[in-house]
Design a binder for this molecule. Structure first.
Ligand SMILES: *[C@@H]1O[C@H](CO)[C@@H](O)[C@H](O)[C@H]1NC(C)=O
Length: 253
């Protein structure tokens, strides 16, 4: 939005506009550097607090669920690519239908154990994803490619084997997130326990399966026409006072 068309400007205005743009870009870069240091590698990001109109979009997922894969790598990615972070404040919560349960034979006072719908592998995958989201939220443009890569690389469905770390490391490299940070988070038991608890608290118990989509706190039914998410996000954005070219088609209004 800073870079509105300047084609009708005189040369003097153009120079002034580019100076202003340069100062803005420099201060944004400096902000990123100061607050995020070396982990800050994004090529494209927003300044926190600058997107007051953005619509809260929360997606409950699981690492090894095929319907989640189809939705995240399909409709969600398309809509996010079209609308971007200034329209969507996208929060993905990889927990889904996991549960803390008391296992048979546990001693009194034993802590409940986390069981994931698709087995141990899924709890493992959810944690890698939670670590990345924790480290990068609200910059979904940075963590979404990592999640997409995992959905492409990991075998979906039930497994009780821990995931292949090479596959995760490769996805980190491919999507420009720091593997050492992800690995350190994943391997820290206390951190993992906190993250799983937090993900559970962000997963409303009334959800009926995954993927589960909420736009500004209201559930949205995802339909096969591929436009349900776009429609819901655009309606909310327009009612916040926003406009976006991808929100002006007859499909949306
Ligand atoms: C990870 O990447 C390396 C180097 O490109 C490749 O040799 C290896 O097979 C990949 N591993 C997995 C599990 O994808």
């Amino acid at each position: 939005m800073f870079f509105s068309p300047v084609s009708s400007s005189s040369p003097v205005e153009l120079t002034l506009a580019s100076k202003i743009a340069a100062v803005l870009v420099a201060s944004i870069l400096l902000h990123g550097f100061l607050f995020h240091g070396s982990a800050w590698k994004s090529r494209f990001y927003q300044v926190p607090g600058s997107n007051l109109l953005a619509v809260k979009v929360k997606i409950l997922t699981e690492a090894l669920c095929i319907d989640c894969k189809q939705f995240v790598n399909g409709q969600l990615s398309e809509v996010y690519n079209a609308l971007g972070p200034s329209v969507m404040d996208l929060q993905i919560v990889p927990f889904g239908n996991a549960k803390f349960v008391h296992v048979d034979g546990a001693e009194r006072g034993d802590k409940p154990v986390l069981q994931c719908q698709h087995g141990v592998a899924e709890c493992d995958g959810n944690i890698y994803e939670q670590c990345v989201v924790m480290q990068l939220y609200p910059y979904a443009q940075r963590y979404l490619p990592f999640l997409r890569c995992l959905y492409d690389e990991l075998p979906m469905g039930h497994s009780d084997q821990l995931l292949d770390r090479d596959a995760i490391a490769n996805c980190s490299t491919a999507s420009d997130v720091e593997w050492v940070d992800i690995a350190a988070c994943h391997d820290d038991e206390k951190q993992v326990a906190l993250l799983q608890k937090r993900a559970k608290s962000q997963t409303p118990s009334y959800h009926k399966g995954v993927p589960w989509v909420e736009v500004n706190g209201r559930h949205v039914e995802i339909t096969d026409d591929g436009a349900s998410l776009l429609r819901a996000v655009c309606r909310a954005f327009i009612s916040n006072g926003g406009t976006h070219p991808s929100c002006s088609s007859s499909l949306v209004v």
